[in-house]
Design a protein around this ligand. Structure first.
Ligand SMILES: NC(=O)c1ccc[n+]([C@@H]2O[C@H](COP(=O)([O-])OP(=O)(O)OC[C@H]3O[C@@H](n4cnc5c(N)ncnc54)[C@H](O)[C@@H]3O)[C@@H](O)[C@H]2O)c1
Length: 350
């Protein structure tokens, strides 16, 4: 490791850099969890923390999850993540550039071990800038710059593949589903609208009430209630992470939970609570991978859109494998996903 850190969670990381940017003065952390299968990939999160240690915890946790996500998706990559710990520092365009230059400097110093992409607070346009400054170490650039563009459509496609496979596993093929979608944003909207178009009874809600008219026009029921407490066959978390706490896992009334939000569980034990209550939870590292599969396949591997779509849809087969393994071995889907990721990490195709 490049820097010693008191957090034991960071000790399984190959590299961890925490710097105060010399141009911006902002604290930036970059974590490379693994390069075993190839260079680490993972987005750049720009957000504010009450203490820099919280940002460090985030980058460590998120980069480890990226190693699992890349392995489960069959990508020739390990996991990494970067965190810029002051969202206010990028409000002004000139200041934003200084922060991006600082981040690019850290990425360059890692000698190709880490490639970044967009995450909360960062954009495809930011990736264009970092791509230029680092000589190509950023993905998900705008289509106008030769990149693969917005990842929401691919992410939604992956969520639908995961949902279809999991619903077949839990309810049997062709069941009429009542679905709740938490968050009617870029991905949630695509998933909710598609399910409604297929004839499912879909309820959605969003902190942003201005989305209600669009949702209702698409045939959805709008709710201002906490959808975790409502009765659904399937619940799709498509808002922020950390939605499923121990307490909420004990009271939630859905039978299946599958969605794109990253880091849905507040801690690993929540997965066991859901399992004990007979709620099937599809790990977000599997369900949310469509976007990154699209970016890597199009920008790096040079695959056609058709082949890329095939790889995204294969998320469904991975979900079936995980849920079948969990059922047969009596473990949680989380444990089954980790085991499968470990097996795939050593056998990643190009
Ligand atoms: N966009 C992608 O390609 C992608 C890829 C992987 C994972 N994800 C994850 O999926 C989730 C959704 O991504 P997105 O791109 O649609 O984000 P988004 O910001 O476009 O949409 C999220 C929506 O959730 C709403 N929201 C926030 N907190 C809420 C709450 N407590 N209750 C109800 N609504 C709430 C927001 O108002 C917003 O409309 C995020 O967690 C993101 O990290 C997205």
């Amino acid at each position: 490791m490049s820097r010693s850190d008191s957090s034991p969670d960071a000790l399984d990381h190959e590299q961890l850099r925490v710097v105060r940017g010399r141009r911006s003065g902002v604290v930036i952390a970059v974590a490379v969890h693994s390069t075993q299968a190839g260079p680490a990939i993972g987005g750049c999160r720009i957000t504010s923390y009450s203490h820099w240690r919280d940002g460090l915890d985030d980058v460590v946790r998120l980069s480890r999850a990226m190693t699992e996500k890349a392995a489960l998706a069959g990508l020739p990559h390990g996991g990494g993540k970067s965190v810029i710990m002051d969202a206010d520092a990028v409000l002004d365009e000139r200041d934003r550039l200084l922060v991006l230059e600082d981040l690019a400097e850290v990425i360059t110093s890692l000698d190709g071990a880490y490639l970044t992409g967009p995450d909360i607070g960062s954009t495809p346009e930011d990736m264009e800038i970092i791509h230029g400054l680092t000589g190509g170490l950023a993905f998900c650039r705008p289509e106008s710059g030769g990149g693969s563009g917005n990842s929401s459509t691919a992410t939604a496609r992956g969520v639908l593949a995961a949902l279809d496979a999991a619903a077949d596993h839990v309810f049997g093929t062709g069941a009429d589903l009542r679905v709740g979608v938490i968050g009617y944003g870029s991905v949630g909207r695509l998933v909710a609208d598609e399910l409604a178009a297929r004839g499912c009874a879909v309820t959605t809600g969003d902190l942003d009430g201005s989305r209600r008219a669009v949702a209702e026009a698409a045939g959805l029921t709008w709710s201002t209630e906490d959808l975790l407490g409502e009765e659904f066959d399937v619940l799709v978390p498509a808002a922020v992470g950390g939605l499923l706490s121990e307490e909420r896992a004990r009271t939630c009334r859905a039978r299946l939970i599958v969605g794109p939000a990253n880091n849905q569980l507040t801690h690993d034990g929540v997965g066991s609570t859901l399992h004990e209550r007979g709620v099937t939870w599809v790990p977000d590292v599997v369900a949310s991978a469509g976007g990154i599969i699209h970016a890597v396949c199009r920008e790096e591997l040079g695959l056609t859109e058709e082949e890329t779509t095939r790889r995204i849809t294969a998320i469904g087969a991975t979900v079936t494998e995980i849920l079948t393994d969990a059922r047969e071995s009596g473990t949680t889907p989380q444990t089954a996903a980790r085991d499968l990721a470990a097996r795939r990490r050593t056998a990643v195709p190009a």
